[in-house]
Design a protein around this ligand. Structure first.
Ligand code: NAD
Ligand code: ZN
Length: 274
């Protein structure tokens, strides 16, 4: 018989206790924290890979094939992602994490998300391991710039104008980035694509935070995407207590001192500050 308590209040009290007895707590988040903001995850029920086969959409070779033979399918995939990013608003999980940082209960949030929702909610020390979909980066000098929302809305609108050809997709991609204000170089979306390396500064900082943490909260991530998935293991080996908040078990569950089996937005609404 499952002996896991089902009353969320039990977990609220346990988590409060852990937070109060820690001095270097860190939140580590994945796509699941934004699921209740309307952004689909990749994996799990209702995830993008249910609708878009990962054999085609989750690797550079598959995406190249799509671009060559079915550019309109590729446009539909990007349009789907962009539409949800543009519509999303922070949920109680993003808001409570921001509030806990302001109150000094947590040091930082390390996220794998590209949706900007932690910063929108007010978090300041945010380390984005996979970049930010609302930013572009110069391929020559690395200068980064936040894009106006209107620019993304315009791109989403154009992506929805069917049918897309290879030529129109390429034009859209180049127009989206524009040229660098510092050196005139070409710019691309500042997100880490499949098979690409992580931004060095963010990764170094995340490693340090994981090594120094005494409480490491792993929220809404399948912990299957490397190297980010190493962080909970590094934190555990450095003697941090691990808390996992995820309705589904993951490879991190066996490391967790406390596993909270609820959707993050619903659970954090019990602490909500707004
Ligand atoms: P993932 O898609 O691999 O896994 C999502 C996890 O979230 C699953 O374990 C699932 O059980 C859990 N989950 C689903 N709904 C939840 C909820 N309401 N509350 C708590 N947990 C919930 O996501 P990942 O581990 O972050 O890795 C996927 C990669 O894709 C990451 O690199 C991420 O950057 C990227 N991604 C980002 C976004 C975003 O920016 N919002 C969305 C999709 C994918
Ligand atoms: Zn430049």
């Amino acid at each position: 018989m499952d002996s896991t308590p089902r009353d969320p209040a039990f977990y609220v009290e346990r988590l409060k206790g852990l937070l109060q007895s820690s001095s270097r707590a860190v939140a580590f988040t994945g796509a699941g924290v934004s699921e209740e903001s309307g952004i689909p995850t990749f994996r799990g029920k209702g995830g993008l890979w249910d609708r878009y086969p990962p054999s085609l959409y989750a690797n550079p070779a598959g995406l190249m094939l799509l671009f060559l033979v079915r550019p309109s399918w590729m446009a539909a995939f990007f349009s789907d992602i962009l539409d949800s990013l543009l519509r999303a608003k922070p949920n109680p999980c993003h808001r409570v994490i921001a509030q806990w940082e302001e109150e000094g209960f947590i040091k930082a949030v390390i996220t794998q998300n590209v949706d900007d929702l932690h910063s929108t909610a007010g978090s300041v020390n945010v380390y984005e391991l996979h970049g930010n979909a609302f930013r572009v980066r110069c391929v020559r000098c690395g200068d980064r710039e936040k894009l106006a929302r209107e620019r993304l809305l315009e791109t989403a609108k154009k992506l929805n104008e069917a049918p897309q050809s290879r030529r129109s997709l390429l034009r859209l991609f180049f127009d989206f980035g524009g040229s660098c204000r510092a050196c005139g170089g070409r710019r691309r979306p500042d997100v880490v694509l499949f098979g690409e390396g992580l931004p060095q500064e963010e990764w170094d900082r995340a490693l340090r935070l994981a090594t120094e943490a005494d409480l490491f909260m792993v929220i809404g991530t399948s912990s299957l995407v490397y190297p980010a998935a190493l962080l909970p293991r590094i934190a555990a080996e450095s003697d941090a207590r691990i808390v996992e908040i995820n309705p589904e078990p993951t490879p991190v569950s066996s490391l967790a001192a406390l596993r909270i089996p609820f959707p993050a937005g619903k659970f954090f609404s019990l602490f909500d500050v707004s």
